[in-house]
Design a protein around this ligand. Structure first.
Ligand code: SF4
Ligand code: MG
Length: 341
């Protein structure tokens, strides 16, 4: 695989010693070579922290991250350096990740220089080629970030991230800071580049239409935990987890209408921070379903026992769901029926 995350935990101490924030609490997922996996969830669900731990911008409390089979979780910076060409991240806000003093040529060429993959005229040629591949006009190499539009800056950061041909790209909300009018073109660009270059991609987003367009598989996160995983088409056709059902019920039905015109489920309450009074420690020690405070189907058991992560039979390697009410054969309750009754 391009990426294997196993039992990833990232806990923080809550302000004023009020306990432990279980930002990420036992996340396991894989991204195959050439596969696009969508990681979706509301803001505060922990999905960006997962992305930051994968690229070693943050250090997990427990668990492992393997890139192309190599465990990078606890490598020293010196040992990690040569491996950094294997993975990269594109952020939500391109302005924050591009040095305003540098010309685009240097921004995009720097990773190639750092990894001694090109220099001199070859470097210039490769940068020009990359800029062309991300759809930037000739002459962009000589510009600085502030002279570019938001969409162009995101194209520059994509070119930089892909310059050394990583096997994994983490894309964290890559379009959500952009004007709506340019979001689609940047998504299309990512889809084209992924198809042509075949890198594995973890696409982190709260934008369900985007994830349906781009992802082969989708993992749904809620309060630090992945609660459902399925091939994209299967998830959209038949979400099993009540939370996934609620999320997808809010997605506008595309034109022409398909068979998923379902009733919108309006969730009560906000995503509250996952603060627990117990000390930080191992994952999966909570004694309830994290969704029970908002779930229209919650029963007593949901307040006293955490649902197991169960693999369900199904196409394309099966599905995973964590809900007491989903049967072993995958039969799932309909949260919409309850929410509106
Ligand atoms: Fe809802 Fe209970 Fe299933 Fe959690 S386990 S999603 S609270 S029905
Ligand atoms: Mg996004």
């Amino acid at each position: 695989s391009a990426l294997e995350v196993d039992g990833l935990v990232r806990h923080f101490t809550a302000p004023r010693g009020r306990g432990t924030v279980r930002a990420v609490d036992g996340v396991s997922l894989t991204v195959g070579r050439g596969e696009v996996v969508g990681l979706v969830g509301e803001s505060g669900s922990g999905k960006s922290t997962v992305g930051r731990c994968i690229v070693r911008l943050d250090t997990p409390t427990a668990g492992t991250v393997r890139i192309g089979g190599t465990d990078i979780t606890r490598l020293s910076p010196r040992k990690l350096r040569p491996l950094r060409k294997d993975f990269n991240i594109v952020y939500q806000d391109p302005s924050a990740s591009l040095d305003p003093r540098m010309r685009v040529s240097r921004i995009v060429g720097e990773p190639l220089t750092l990894h001694r993959m090109a220099s001199g005229s070859e470097l210039r040629e490769r940068v020009e080629k990359l800029l062309g591949q991300v759809g930037l006009p000739p002459g962009t190499a000589e510009r600085r970030p502030h002279e570019l539009s938001g969409g162009q800056r995101q194209r520059v950061s994509i070119a930089r991230a892909l310059a050394v041909d990583p096997m994994l790209l983490v894309a964290d909300e890559p379009t959500s800071a952009l004007d709506v009018s340019v979001q689609a073109s940047v998504l299309n660009l990512l889809a084209d580049l992924q198809r042509d270059r075949g890198f594995g991609c973890l696409f982190i987003t709260h934008d369900l239409a985007a994830v349906e367009f781009l992802a082969d598989r989708i993992a749904v996160m809620y309060l630090g935990e992945i609660i459902e995983v399925a091939p994209a088409a299967d998830l959209f056709a038949a979400p099993k987890h009540p939370y996934t059902q609620a999320l997808l019920s809010a997605v506008p039905v595309p034109d022409p209408p398909v068979q998923r015109a379902r009733q919108r489920i309006v969730l009560q309450g906000d995503l509250t921070g996952p603060v627990f009074p117990k000390a930080a420690g191992t994952a999966q020690t909570v004694d309830h379903c994290r969704f029970h405070t908002r779930c229209p189907l919650a029963v007593e058991r949901c307040r006293t026992q955490a649902p197991e992560h169960r693999t369900l039979p199904g196409a394309n390697g099966g599905r995973m769901v964590a809900c007491h009410l989903v049967a072993d054969d995958g039969t799932a309750p309909d949260a919409a029926a309850t929410a509106h009754s």
